[in-house]
Design a protein around this ligand. Sequence first.
Ligand code: S3P
Length: 179
Amino acid sequence: MSSCQENIVLIGFMGTGKSTVGKHIAQKTGRVFVDADYEIERLEHMPISDIFSVKGEKYFRDKETAVIKELVQHQNTVIATGGGAVLRSENIRHLRQTGVIIHLKADVETILRNTAKDTKRPLLQANDVKARIVSMLAQRQPYYEQHDYEVDVSHLTVEQIVDAIIQHTKGGRIKDAII
Ligand code: S3P
């Protein structure tokens, strides 16, 4: 694969802006944007919250792995993953084969603000959402460490985040990309 066709993969906790940032990067770099969660919902004909409640998390995770396997067949793509995609080493292995893995990191307050009043994320439907985020972030931290590059998005605009990632990918593994 020539480096200009390499994919950009976004990982990170819920509410860190993976889809928004991904769409902007795709537009600016001439890549196609794909969202793993959207693909799962499309294939299953139901929203993720229903998949969790009707079929269970294990079923969702299996679909997530299948969708990731499919998405990595494509080149010249920006792939936004769901926040839990990092939990299976198999997913990371596939994603890494196809491109550079960028972690969008955020502090608890930012995540809380971005997910306030959210009803679409089953794992954040808790009485104490902040406590849930704190404990999930701590548990997942080692998994998010599997990135090639990390941007702390907490105090940055979307434009600044996008620019940081594009700068990095220019000088990094996809340095020959036409961006
Ligand atoms: C999940 C994150 C969600 C979605 C599902 C599970 C997680 O995606 O895949 O609700 O385990 O963190 P976003 O990160 O896009 O919200």
